[in-house]
Design a protein around this ligand. Structure first.
Ligand code: DC
Length: 213
């Protein structure tokens, strides 16, 4: 079973995808980490002409086994990730890693922006997670504060909105709900309730696919 989980920054899609992977015992890939690793690698060339070429080079050398969520989690790396994500050659270079992961025997859960539309259009279940910007900002702020990072909520809110705009308008992306995606709004849900709702959707979809005798 392949489960695609898409949604905007800090919508809770990563936590949900990890929860679904645990529940169904499937491997999980947070595809944002690939873009974050590329953004971080190109960071020192920011504001130079070399930025794009360095991002492409980093994308061609990215290694799935070297992705460290702790080291890549900052809001600043998130912004760099969304900037390298508009480069078509970066997306192309990252495509195979994601596709291979999706096609692992036994299935997988992937979360990102374009999983249901581009990486795994053939996924068995597609979820598109939403939550309003303010709720998303507050969640991300608490995650960062739990790691000891001081947070300016005003700045974080603007960062999230700016990132959303760039991601949604990405000329090389596929960031919109797939036609067959199930929308899940988590604004009013805590993690457990969101996971229960996601499991109910997955079970419901899979029940309709069960072989009939
Ligand atoms: O999910 P995240 O916040 O870690 O993602 C960081 C950035 O990477 C996001 O702003 C856009 C980009 N991204 C993408 O374009 N496609 C994906 N499948 C995953 C992330």
């Amino acid at each position: 079973m392949i489960i695609a989980v898409d949604g905007p920054a800090a919508s809770g899609k990563g936590t949900l995808a990890a929860g679904l992977a645990g529940y169904y015992r499937l491997p999980h890939l947070d595809t944002g980490l690939l873009y974050r690793a590329v953004g971080r690698a190109a960071a020192r060339f920011d504001n130079t002409e070399a930025f794009e070429a360095e991002a492409i080079r980093a994308a061609q050398h990215v290694n799935l086994d070297d992705l460290n969520p702790e080291a890549l989690g900052s809001a600043e790396i998130g912004v760099l990730a969304s900037r390298v994500a508009v480069i078509g050659a970066v997306r192309e270079a990252l495509f195979d890693h994601q596709r291979r992961f999706a096609l692992r025997p036994g299935g997988a859960v992937l979360d990102g922006r374009d999983i249901g539309t581009t990486i795994a259009p053939d996924a068995d279940v597609k979820l598109f997670i939403e939550a309003d910007s303010r709720a998303r900002m507050e969640r991300r702020a608490r995650q960062l504060e739990a790691r000891g990072v001081a947070v300016d909520r005003y700045q974080l809110f603007h960062q999230i909105e700016e990132r959303d705009a760039r991601d949604r308008l990405n000329p090389n992306g596929g960031f919109f709900p797939a036609a067959d995606a199930h929308l899940l709004d988590t604004t009013q849900l805590d993690i457990e309730a969101a996971l229960r709702a996601a499991v109910a959707i997955v079970d419901g979809v899979m029940a309709t696919k069960a072989p009939r005798f």
